[in-house]
Design a protein around this ligand. Structure first.
Ligand SMILES: NC(=O)c1ccc[n+]([C@@H]2O[C@H](COP(=O)([O-])OP(=O)(O)OC[C@H]3O[C@@H](n4cnc5c(N)ncnc54)[C@H](O)[C@@H]3O)[C@@H](O)[C@H]2O)c1
Length: 359
């Protein structure tokens, strides 16, 4: 299955399938001929997939840069070490970086490719559900800064994305559920048909049943591809992809980026967004039942500790979506459709946090 991101001469294909990683070397040789490549991965993937990486090394003759595993290594120092290796590997302007890993590896390798010799091509081979449905597509690359996540980066689109759901067989369950959140969010922004699809398949997707898994990824990626094609640099409609994220970022920051994975925070954030849509009047009452039913049974993780609502509220003002000090939320207005809304009353936001987080 092939989905295209339509960005003029920077358009690229996204291949989605199961058990397809063995075909990647043939694809590379066919499409990229004898252009030199280097793999960027992390030590966890390098150990689980050592035989696959050896195959890539043998068939494509590509060296490997292995970074340490974890968001805490998503730094300018790690990025610099990748660039050191790309130079040591004698890559040139025609060379290609192949990112093999989750969102951290993809963002780092993408940012290295964006800067190496003023920008070279890269291919994403995502290995987490979050990276498959979200981070590998769309060209946002970045590293974190002590003052905040993803503060230093660039828009740099990959030239291909190769999604093989078989990688998910080794993904820890907690990481799978975190990725599930990013797949599930498309129910709120992808139109009525996607809403109905997720309503009917959310449990099968949570169980990682192969066909609903593939189909949810296809549908999610198609929605993201369409949004990115229309608004590459997030001047408008791309903000919808942040559904639930205003609350999620505040929760992550409140807990000091520990104890709650990003996707887990997004699950709570989506619940808050639906509640706020109800109390603020964005979502007409006749749709409340449909939204409640789609949220029913979400795999909500426990919060690390009972949150102090006023502090979570204060943390919201650091969000990148804040404009001139005003909070902006992506709120559902119909099943499958959301809008960016400002001007939401403080008491509605505080009431939402109080109700949803103090369960
Ligand atoms: N660029 C974007 O548009 C975008 C969008 C969303 C998130 N992100 C970024 O993505 C990052 C989060 O990505 P993530 O959730 O994939 O986290 P991650 O990359 O840290 O991966 C999660 C964990 O799973 C391990 N792992 C990965 N694949 C595995 C596999 N197949 N089997 C076993 N273990 C595996 C990793 O080594 C890691 O320990 C954040 O840094 C976030 O900022 C970027």
């Amino acid at each position: 299955m092939n989905i295209n991101i339509d960005l003029g001469n920077r358009s690229y294909p996204i291949y989605i399938g199961a058990d397809t990683s063995g075909n990647f070397p043939a694809f590379y040789k066919d499409q990229y001929k004898n252009r030199k490549c280097a793999i960027v991965t992390n030590n966890t993937i390098a150990s689980i997939y050592s035989s696959y990486i050896n195959t890539l090394k043998t068939e494509l003759g590509c060296p490997v840069h292995t970074m340490p595993d974890g968001e805490k290594y998503k730094t300018i120092n790690t990025w610099s070490a990748i660039l050191d290796d790309l130079l040591a590997f004698r890559l040139d302007r025609k060379s290609v970086v192949v990112a093999l890993g989750g969102g951290v590896v993809g963002d780092m390798a993408g940012f290295a490719a964006a800067c190496f010799m003023r920008g070279i091509d890269y291919i994403q081979i995502p290995t987490t559900l979050l990276a498959m449905v979200d981070s590998s597509v769309g060209g946002k690359t970045a590293v974190d800064h002590p003052l905040g996540k993803n503060l230093i980066g660039a828009f740099h689109q990959p030239t291909a994305v190769w999604i093989d759901t078989d990688f998910l067989k080794t993904l820890p369950r907690r990481q799978y559920v975190a990725g599930y959140a990013e797949a599930f969010k498309y129910a709120f922004i992808g139109g009525g048909e996607m809403f109905a699809y997720m309503m009917n398949n959310k449990d099968a997707l949570l169980r990682a049943e192969p066909e609903p898994l593939l189909e949810s990824i296809r549908r999610g990626v198609r929605i993201k591809a369409d949004i990115v094609s229309r608004d590459e640099k997030e001047a408008g409609v791309r903000a919808l992809l942040n559904f639930g994220h205003t609350f999620a970022h505040a929760l992550e920051s409140y807990y000091g980026f520990e104890g709650l994975l990003h996707g887990e925070a997004v699950l709570w954030g989506m619940l808050c967004a639906v509640e706020l849509a109800k109390v603020s009047g964005a979502l007409p009452p006749q749709h409340w039942d449909a939204l409640d039913r789609v949220m029913d049974g979400l795999p909500l993780p426990p919060l690390p500790s009972p949150p102090e609502v006023s502090a979570v509220y204060a943390a919201m003002f650091a969000d990148k979506k804040t404009e001139l000090g005003e909070l902006r939320f992506i709120l559902p207005i119909l099943p499958g459709m959301s809008e960016v809304r400002g001007g939401v009353r403080e008491r509605d936001i505080l009431g939402t946090l109080e109700k949803v987080l103090h369960v």
